[in-house]
Design a protein around this ligand. Structure first.
Ligand code: SF4
Length: 396
């Protein structure tokens, strides 16, 4: 895969080798606005998608995609995310969830979640949003990226008809969330932007019934759908997968700039969000990159949105890499705090002091965590119980 050869980055594969892995074909054949269908046809020995190729339930409940542009000759462009797939008739999208039938793009994953769990909100991770609450978590198949280190690749890189799924429509999702004593619904695990219609409709009903909405995302979404989503969104966790366009290109098959735009819009729309940076050895374990990222965060978002620095564990196509050294993560946290960020956590490691929340003024420990469990909280009415300083977040 091609990677930044400046500084500390290592070039582990050529672009041609990356393309040969199969995942890389998407890079080769689906740049922004490119035709998407040859990619999956050649890779998976698929022909054109016809009605008979997908289970009846997928077609039965398929729904027109909200943000599209009709083109000539029954071509149509999806405008949900910056991939902006151009689909000829009967073509399948890069995220595998959308198909063009007769010039109209339909989603195949509306009401078809393949993952349903009740999680602690801390697992998203969201540390400053209703701590100790439960979140009803759903996902369908599909993702706009092809991360080499994806931990949910069995669903994110699958077609909807390739996995077991339930039938659960937006109203049912909200009913289930209430029945399981969840405070929020999380659109998570895969990339919820690729099941935008399902998420947006569920968000609207959840808002009407006082259930919060949480979006766990790679942040790769176009401006208009995002602004629309912000009307009913309460919180988000956004991945910053690196702070280099080259690394985004070869590690994730995506781009950094749209993610930064997403963060600015969330800030502008007053949606609470936290950021997650998974540090992958040889790709993003670069202290200069960490400094650059923190500088951008401070300039554009301020010091109060938490940054989670997560440890990579070998998986999917990067099993040959070691886990991120904990010492590097702790050093990165120290760097971020010294630069002025108020809340920086290290995740995916054994219990450590870097998973607690400290007051930025008096420095006392105000939330004590062990894994996803909260042992003790010293926050009163959204402020430090010791010195009274306001602690950023949504606490009740
Ligand atoms: S949501 Fe899917 S179909 Fe739409 S532009 Fe993104 S990758 Fe393409």
């Amino acid at each position: 895969m091609t990677i930044d050869t400046d500084g500390q980055y290592i070039c582990s594969m050529t672009r041609r080798e990356f393309i040969q892995t199969g995942i890389g074909a998407s890079l080769a054949l689906t740049p922004v606005g490119a035709l998407a269908v040859p990619l999956f046809s050649s890779n998976r020995n698929e022909k054109k998608i016809t009605r008979n190729d997908a289970p009846d339930t997928l077609w039965k409940w398929s729904k027109e995609v909200y943000f599209t542009e009709k083109l000539s000759n029954n071509y149509s462009k999806c405008l949900t995310c910056p991939n902006e797939c151009v689909l000829p008739p009967d073509a399948r999208s890069r995220c595998r969830s959308h198909v063009n039938k007769g010039g109209t793009i339909y989603t195949l994953v509306y009401g078809n979640p393949c993952a349903i769990h009740v999680d602690p909100i801390e697992k998203k991770p969201l540390y400053h949003f209703l701590p100790t609450s439960r979140t009803f978590s759903i996902a369908t198949t599909g993702c706009s990226f092809n991360c080499l280190n994806c931990q949910n690749w069995e669903i994110s890189q699958a077609r909807p008809e390739d996995v077991k799924f339930s039938t659960l429509f937006p109203r049912d999702v909200v009913d289930r969330a209430i029945a399981t004593a969840c405070t929020s619904i999380a659109y998570t695990y895969s990339e919820a932007t690729t099941f935008y219609e399902y998420m947006a409709d569920t968000c609207r009903i959840a808002r009407e019934r006082q259930i919060k909405n949480v979006w766990v995302t790679n942040g790769y979404i176009n401006k208009q759908p995002l602004i629309e989503l912000c009307r009913t969104l309460d919180a988000a966790n956004v991945d910053i997968k690196s702070f280099s366009e080259k690394t985004y290109s070869c590690l994730n098959a995506g781009r950094l700039q749209p993610v930064l735009e997403t963060l600015k819009i969330l800030k502008d729309k007053n949606v609470w969000f936290e950021m997650n940076a998974l540090i992958v050895p040889t790709y993003s374990d670069n202290m200069d990159m960490i400094r650059e990222m923190c500088g951008w965060i401070l300039t554009h978002l301020g010091p109060d949105h938490p940054l989670h620095l997560s440890r990579f564990h070998p998986q999917y196509r990067l099993t040959y890499l070691p886990p991120t050294p904990i010492a590097f993560l702790e050093k990165a946290r120290e760097t971020a705090l010294n630069m002025g960020l108020h809340y920086v956590y290290v995740g995916n490691i054994p219990p450590s002091d870097s998973s607690h929340t400290y007051c930025p003024s008096c420095k006392k420990r105000i939330i004590n965590r062990t894994g996803y469990r909260i042992e003790d909280t010293r926050i009163k009415d959204g402020a430090c119980a010791y010195c009274g300083r306001t602690i950023a977040g949504i606490w009740s």
